[in-house]
Design a protein around this ligand. Structure first.
Ligand SMILES: C[C@H](N)C(=O)N[C@H](CCC(=O)O)C(=O)O
Ligand SMILES: [Mg+2]
Length: 364
């Protein structure tokens, strides 16, 4: 099975409601879709959103990295040589993790198709059913409480509450949501780098003293501020998770050595794809550290790839934040992964099992 062509398209899907974090506000998912064709007639799919504020990637850079750098190296490659192709992708260009992730997942899709098995089985097997949280965007307190209650009505049992704005209002936001959902849902916070280390310790102590039980707090401080992350981890009971501070295996090893965080958030758009995501899971497993698998604001093609990884690495990936498709108004993709609000399941089809994508605009 040899690669004969790589084509690109754009897939845009409106959100149910605006997605608001400390870093940005977005109203739709906009993914670069990659289609890898082979001489056997098999097609592999991948996708990547442009999350400039986190990865530095924009649509143009993703498209150009794939078109001008990665594609020429991959044409003619035999899908059976998976590790060789991964090395070609990862060594082709510095950074550009979203572009690498999109291409790599399409290659993994084909590799699993070669052996006629769902991707998660090729990655080690597991039970093909996981449960995701839902993100509650940072907003007026009443709106966040209403959104949290509506998420519970939809069946979500874990809410990822966005904070990281004004520290005083953030504390009130979390208290109000906790009072409304206590006993009905678990709360995890994501400050998306919005606090200083001292603010984070102050806020978390206030919440802990008020009896607010949080599952974890994600990326309270700036991505580069590993000392700040460590300062918080050493002072609060709430487990601290690194997101923007950990991209690939190197950062994860550094965080573990420093004891700067309790949990690592793995995202394919930060790792540059599946191979590094698995390496991180294995490193964390070795050090008895738990992981979350998360997503950017992205649609169901790339999130499906993360679902396969989550299933295969469920021993160490114990927390799931794969709610991109649940935030969308509809899912234009037909695949073997079904996103039913909190419940995500994989049916028994080869690879990622993608059979149709409605509304895909092919790029010239
Ligand atoms: C969508 C997901 N639940 C999420 O919140 N991801 C963010 C980054 C999303 C973005 O800005 O695209 C995160 O975990 O920081
Ligand atoms: Mg985060």
């Amino acid at each position: 099975m040899k690669i004969t062509d790589i084509r690109l398209g754009m897939l845009r899907v409106p959100l149910k409601t605006a997605f608001k974090t400390a870093l940005r506000t977005v109203n739709s998912t906009e993914d670069v879709v990659i289609i890898v064709e082979t001489d056997s007639g098999n097609t592999g799919y991948g996708a990547a959103p442009a999350t400039a504020v986190i990865t530095g990637d924009i649509h143009g850079s993703i498209i150009e990295a794939i078109r001008t750098v990665i594609k020429p190296r991959l044409l003619g490659q035999d899908i059976a040589d998976l590790n060789h192709i991964i090395r070609l992708i990862q060594g082709s260009i510095m950074k550009n993790y979203s572009a690498k992730a999109a291409v790599e997942m399409a290659v993994y899709d084909l590799f699993a198709q070669l052996y006629k098995a769902p991707l998660y089985k090729i990655l080690g097997g597991g039970v093909p059913k996981i449960t995701t949280d839902l993100t509650i965007s940072v907003d007026y307190i009443d709106k966040m409480v209403a959104d949290s209650l509506s998420a519970i009505d939809r069946g979500f049992e874990t809410l990822k509450v966005k904070v990281g704005k004004d520290i005083g209002v953030d504390i009130e936001r979390v208290k109000a949501i906790y009072a409304a959902v206590e006993g009905k849902a678990l709360i995890r916070l994501d400050a998306n780098q919005g606090w200083t280390a001292k603010e984070a310790v102050y806020a978390l102590h206030k919440l802990e003293d008020a009896g607010v039980r949080l599952e974890l707090v994600e990326q309270p401080v700036k991505a580069y501020d590993l000392e700040g992350l460590k300062y918080i981890t050493e002072r609060v009971h709430t487990p601290v998770m690194a997101d923007e501070s950990s991209f690939g295996p190197r950062e994860v090893i550094e965080l573990i050595k420093m004891r700067a965080a309790d949990i690592i958030n793995i995202k394919l758009m930060k790792t540059g794809g599946i191979a590094n995501a698995i390496k991180i899971a294995d490193i964390c497993s070795f050090y008895d550290m738990q992981c979350m698998i998360g997503c950017m604001l992205e649609g169901s093609i790339s999130v499906a790839a993360a679902v396969h990884v989550a299933v295969a690495k469920s021993d160490v990936i114990t927390k799931i934040d794969l709610d991109g498709p649940s935030l969308c108004a509809f899912d234009p993709v037909t695949s073997s992964v079904s996103f039913n609000d909190a419940d995500i399941t994989i049916a028994d089809a080869p690879g990622l099992g993608i059979t149709a994508i409605e509304g895909l605009e092919m790029l010239a």
